[in-house]
Ligand binder design. Structure first.
Ligand SMILES: Cc1cc2nc3c(=O)[nH]c(=O)nc-3n(C[C@H](O)[C@H](O)[C@H](O)COP(=O)(O)OP(=O)(O)OC[C@H]3O[C@@H](n4cnc5c(N)ncnc54)[C@H](O)[C@@H]3O)c2cc1C
Length: 390
């Protein structure tokens, strides 16, 4: 017989967004139950960049000090031309940056971040966690919500927060606003032991090598023990509904035009898995009665300004703040949360697309971009204040 459980607050999905939501709500005194699809909590073997807007949330949640043990603080974000190998511009992340934003910019391994968040959840008596619970059905009951897992277990709740990512089952069933948008770009990525990188541009920076319809991002993670690389390009073979695009031969062909430094880095990138890149146009429809979405389930974005997880962290904190403000009144909390988060996340989603266009531009646009950036000083924060200073 199927079991049926009731929890006042239920989070679906135990990625960065879901675990942070559980932690933020519990730290405000609300008991939370979280269910995760996979048999174990985990993240992929690649890096993540976290800007001051994310550090601020992690600090408020009391986990920044523990997380700091695993990070690398880059001196700058350096844009290089992937074809000519020439420097384009640098965003200085040093003293003036920290003075401006109060928090540092850091990079780390995803699994280190997830482990820290998971441990903080496990240590909090108000949080209970279950794995191997893939949600397959969601029902909006008006003054409650019900989810059914693949094994037939049923959970009822007064407040359902879905943090089930880009291909959210909850979103598909409750909002039904079509599939995410495929960008026709694909990523290959992974972190390797730092010793395996003999020829690099420098270990103290985040490097963005940008070229026509492609880029390579490189930075050290895990206290400098590993080196993370992400190679991204637009596939000419993309066909809707097909999975035979963005292949390894296309990767090789696309990057064959890159400068030697980029080609050397590319050799070390794992080719066994590819990540097609999706986003959505902003839409302010992520809340229905007692159900709301957070993170990629609500507002998936392209990774070009490294903000998807940062926005999920901001969401989690905002939701918890609203819960406190409205004394646990769920409809008011969810409505206020979406009203506050929509304009912010919409701007980040659209800016990420624009930033991708700037990075991947060719021809006269490329010449003008490089000339424009050449006049920029490295501690000019005009373009980042709205994003990092939130
Ligand atoms: C190449 C690349 C680089 C990126 N770099 C950065 C970066 O540097 N900085 C940054 O801030 N962001 C970055 N991002 C974006 C970031 O990875 C995502 O925005 C973030 O991981 C979203 O977190 P989430 O918790 O919302 O979703 P997810 O990480 O997708 O987590 C969803 C969780 O829900 C679970 N789940 C899914 N379906 C179900 C179900 N039916 N039932 C139960 N559980 C379920 C999953 O198993 C998973 O644990 C990058 C993205 C890409 C693709």
């Amino acid at each position: 017989m199927n079991t049926k459980s009731f929890y006042p607050l239920l989070v679906v999905g135990g990625g960065i967004g879901g675990l942070t939501t559980a932690l933020a709500l519990a730290r405000k005194g609300f008991p939370v139950h979280l269910i995760e699809r996979e048999a174990e909590f985990g993240e992929i073997g690649a890096g993540i960049q976290l800007a001051p807007n994310a550090s601020k949330v992690l600090d408020r949640l009391g986990v920044l000090a523990e997380i700091s043990k695993y990070v690398v603080y880059p001196e700058g974000i350096v844009w290089m031309d992937a074809v000519s190998g020439k420097h384009i511009t640098t965003l200085d992340l040093g003293e003036n940056f920290v003075k401006n934003y109060r928090y540092r910019y850091f990079v780390m391994h995803r699994s280190d971040l997830l482990t820290c968040l998971l441990q903080a959840c496990q240590q909090n008596p108000l949080i209970t966690l279950e794995t191997s619970r893939p949600v397959v059905r969601v029902e909006d009951l008006g003054d409650a919500a019900r989810v059914t897992c693949a094994n037939g277990e049923i959970y009822e709740t007064e407040a359902l927060v879905a943090a089930d990512g880009l291909h959210s089952v909850v979103r598909a069933q409750l909002i039904d606003d079509s599939a995410p948008v495929c960008s026709e770009f694909v990523a290959y990525r992974g972190a390797i032991p730092i010793e395996e990188i003999s020829n690099h541009a420098g270990l103290n920076n985040v490097f963005y090598w940008v070229g026509p319809d492609m880029h390579l991002v490189q930075y050290p993670v895990r206290r400098g023990e590993l080196y993370n690389q992400v190679a991204v390009f637009k596939s000419k073979r993309y066909r809707p509904g097909s999975d035979d695009w963005g292949t390894v031969d296309e990767l090789e062909e696309k990057f064959s035009q890159a400068c030697e430094g980029v080609r050397t880095g590319l050799v070390k990138i794992k080719r066994n898995r590819r990540w097609p890149l999706f986003d959505r146009l902003p839409a302010d429809n992520w809340t229905r009665n007692r159900v709301t979405l957070i993170g990629d389930a609500a507002h998936p974005m392209l990774q070009y300004i490294a903000q998807g997880a940062c926005q999920a962290l901001e969401d989690a904190m905002c939701l918890a703040d609203k819960m406190e403000e409205f004394g646990g009144d769920i409809p008011k909390t969810f409505a206020a949360y979406q009203a506050e988060r929509f304009p912010r996340t919409a701007r980040v989603q659209t800016s990420a697309r624009q930033f991708g266009e700037i990075a991947h531009i060719d021809g006269m646009g490329l010449i003008l971009r490089n000339a424009y950036f050449a006049g920029r000083v490295s501690d000019d924060f005009t373009y980042t204040d709205w994003l990092y200073g939130y």
